[in-house]
Design a protein around this ligand. Structure first.
Ligand SMILES: Cc1cc2nc3c(=O)[nH]c(=O)nc-3n(C[C@H](O)[C@H](O)[C@H](O)COP(=O)(O)OP(=O)(O)OC[C@H]3O[C@@H](n4cnc5c(N)ncnc54)[C@H](O)[C@@H]3O)c2cc1C
Ligand SMILES: NC(=O)c1ccc[n+]([C@@H]2O[C@H](COP(=O)([O-])OP(=O)(O)OC[C@H]3O[C@@H](n4cnc5c(N)ncnc54)[C@H](OP(=O)(O)O)[C@@H]3O)[C@@H](O)[C@H]2O)c1
Length: 476
């Protein structure tokens, strides 16, 4: 098996294979280290927004998490620890970018090219993530700014922000972590908000030495906390799926926090979202509003007209001079697997098949692309829970599928087109009734199709992927 990517997804399948006694796999990783987004995103304040006992592999609990919402360095250290304890590095070829992969009808195998090397495998498993390609906004004059400018995922640590006038464009998950961290350090901070995010309080806490001892001695205690956050995510999903009572509860909590933390009514009005809750990712932060209300911060909601050599011009003609520009403008999310030219049976291009939006059975299998098994594929992202939980379910399903094929003596399997069509109709019909259908967000393609998110709770996905039914597949 050939896996692409050594982030949490690629490593999840590696761990699953190793547990099943399967050692015959290679991971190709374009970077020089493991970790995926947790290697790349080193911006000030980078941390999880799903509590660590839940945002970790089920079979790899970490009693030493320093806090409930662990920071990037601790998550990366956790990933290193898992990789080292399971001796996974010997499976990984670093600094190797996969450029193309083609299914060979004659041999039933995948031929994979990296530029320098050619690989050949029975199964091809891309695990390249949904949030790994930084997106710069399409604003005129982007290249004309004379000072330092960088994306949140490409933080330039050589730039000293002390006393400077800094602009942050965007108020999504990355920006709301950056802003409270840099606010005390910078001279002036200009926050450019296009849409106000919904915020809920972040119930963070440190885990001290006593807690670590308890977690080590009684793992059931940490498993209990994991279960609590899993249940919290499942409960919250009801709001996104349209339950009016749960939705009201969370909206009231968000409004309460806004009222408590922002006393100035004009500023509070600017920070009040004007779309249904859950449509864009709901964020957890207890220090964002106080930071925005600080005297050295200005929240600008007038649209951006252009970037200039000295700063930003808004559409009202005002010029805002800044020393440093930070783009908290998100990622290219709809270009699933675009960086690899993938050809299935008969040479069909996956990018062409997905011209109207990416889709796959369980987010994993695509008709006409035998033995292509995708991790964190279309419609497997969550708004309310831990992606690691989903990745582990995908890994379990893929391992089950290849074992079942082995038992039946099947060398190739492609999901039946009618099975995938029925599945996709169901997913899209369900998505149409969720909060995600009620505004424009990174979850949607240009046509409005929601290609990112899973439309139910994670228990439903776990059940759906628990067993493999080979009758849903046919040989190539
Ligand atoms: C800043 C940030 C915070 C997040 N926080 C949370 C959170 O709190 N909770 C949550 O559930 N989710 C969170 N997410 C979502 C996160 O993407 C997933 O949780 C998870 O880390 C995805 O892992 P992955 O392995 O699928 O993808 P990635 O981590 O993106 O890893 C993909 C890997 O593939 C490699 N790769 C890509 N293309 C190629 C190629 N062509 N050839 C070779 N290698 C390639 C990349 O270098 C990378 O190492 C966050 C995302 C970001 C960006
Ligand atoms: N653990 C965490 O807490 C964490 C941290 C970071 C990222 N993440 C994950 O990564 C995802 C992406 O987060 P992100 O914050 O990097 O990106 P994002 O959620 O897509 O946010 C991008 C922000 O930039 C704004 N924007 C985009 N283009 C703009 C333009 N041309 N002019 C003005 N504003 C513009 C967006 O406004 P609009 O809303 O109006 O489009 C939005 O506020 C999250 O949803 C989450 O899944 C998680």
């Amino acid at each position: 098996m050939l896996i692409v990517g050594a982030g949490l997804g690629g490593l999840a399948i590696a761990l699953e294979l190793r547990r099943a006694g399967i050692d015959d796999f290679v991971i190709l990783e374009k970077a020089a280290d493991v970790g995926g987004v947790w290697r790349e995103n080193t911006y000030p304040g980078a941390a999880v927004d799903v509590p660590s006992p839940y945002y970790s592999y089920a079979a790899e609990p970490n009693p030493e998490w320093p806090r409930r919402y662990s920071e990037q360095a601790d998550i990366l250290a956790y990933i290193h620890d898992v990789v080292d304890r399971h001796a996974l590095r010997r499976h990984i070829v670093f600094e190797t970018t996969v450029r193309s992969a083609a299914y060979d009808d004659a041999t039933g195998r995948w031929h994979v090219e990296t530029g320098d090397e050619k690989y050949d495998a029975q199964f091809f498993v891309p695990a390249t993530g949904q949030l790994s390609i930084p997106l710069l906004p399409k604003i005129p004059g982007l290249d004309s700014f004379a000072g330092p400018a960088f994306h949140s995922a490409q933080w330039d640590h050589s730039v000293d922000l002390a006393g400077k006038t800094v602009a942050v464009i965007g108020t999504g998950a990355s920006a709301i972590q950056i802003i409270p961290k840099i606010q005390p350090e910078v001279g002036q901070l200009l926050v450019l908000q296009r849409s106000a995010p919904y915020l809920l309080p972040r119930m963070d806490r440190e885990y001290g030495p006593r807690q670590h001892r308890v977690f080590r001695k009684y793992p059931v205690v940490q498993r209990g906390e994991r279960l609590f956050w899993w249940l919290f995510g499942e409960f919250w999903t009801f709001a996104v799926l349209g339950n009016p009572v749960v939705d009201r509860m969370f909206r009231a909590t968000a409004a309460g926090m806004r009222a408590l933390q922002i006393r100035d009514k004009t500023l509070r009005a600017k920070l009040t979202p004007d779309y249904p809750m859950g449509c864009k990712r709901v964020l957890f932060s207890s220090d964002y509003y106080p930071a925005v209300a600080a005297p050295n911060v200005r929240l600008e909601t007038t649209g951006i007209d252009a970037i200039t050599a000295t700063g930003i011009r808004t559409v009202d003609g005002a010029e805002h001079a800044v020393d440093v520009l930070v783009y908290g403008t998100g990622f290219a999310t709809q270009e699933f697997l675009d960086s690899i030219e993938i050809r299935g049976a008969g040479g069909e291009l996956l990018s062409q098949r997905w011209a109207d939006g990416a889709r796959a059975y369980l987010g994993i299998a695509v008709p006409g692309f035998p033995n292509l098994l995708i991790m964190y594929g279309p419609n497997t992202n969550l708004g309310t829970g831990s992606i690691i939980y989903m990745l582990e379910r995908q890994a379990r399903y893929i391992r089950g599928l290849i074992e079942e094929m082995g038992r039946r003596g099947m060398a190739t399997a492609t999901v039946r087109a009618d099975v995938e069509q029925g599945y996709d109709d169901d997913v899209q019909a369900r998505l149409g009734k969720t909060a995600w259908a009620s505004c424009v967000s990174w979850y949607q393609s240009k046509s409005g199709r929601i290609s990112s998110n899973w439309p139910r709770n994670v228990l439903a996905y776990s059940r759906r992927t628990a067993t493999v039914d080979l009758a849903e597949y046919e040989p190539a």
